[in-house]
Design a protein around this ligand. Sequence first.
Ligand SMILES: [Zn+2]
Ligand SMILES: [Zn+2]
Length: 167
Amino acid sequence: MEIRRGERFTKLVVLEPDVGRDKRYCRLSRCLCDCGNVVIVAVSDLMRGHTKSCGCLKKEKARDNWKKMGALNGENNPRWKGGRRIHEKGYIRIYRPEHPHADCVGYVFEHRLIMEKKLGRLLRPKEVVHHIDGDKANNAEENLDLFADQGKHANYHKRLEQIAEET
Ligand SMILES: [Zn+2]
Ligand SMILES: [Zn+2]
């Protein structure tokens, strides 16, 4: 299985055909993705078409699929709900693919968006938004509080529990 420098595999162009071996003893090559990322990938994955980009292609596809689903089905689709989805842990997520902290399918937690609006700035990834009444789906501005990080947030919950036990 030989590949040459400059050979193209979908979005990846081979920079160096042989830069070592991985744990499975597969040959690795260094490639440049059309988006500008440089990645190390297994040559066998390239040859079989398993790896087609640095990962950006999958993200683009996921976003495209969501857009298509929205256009085709609108609000009739139970998964679409006007771009609102309930997260598995009970949080509400909003479709905002243009948001700098959107996940790979373009979603952002609604409580974070509302806190950002309230503060007039983006939240830092470490900052945690707390739901004062404990209802993760109650994203009214006055129900949200901000903690600098998860440690401070967890401490606050511990104290809340202690107070509940004392009274
Ligand atoms: Zn890429
Ligand atoms: Zn909390």
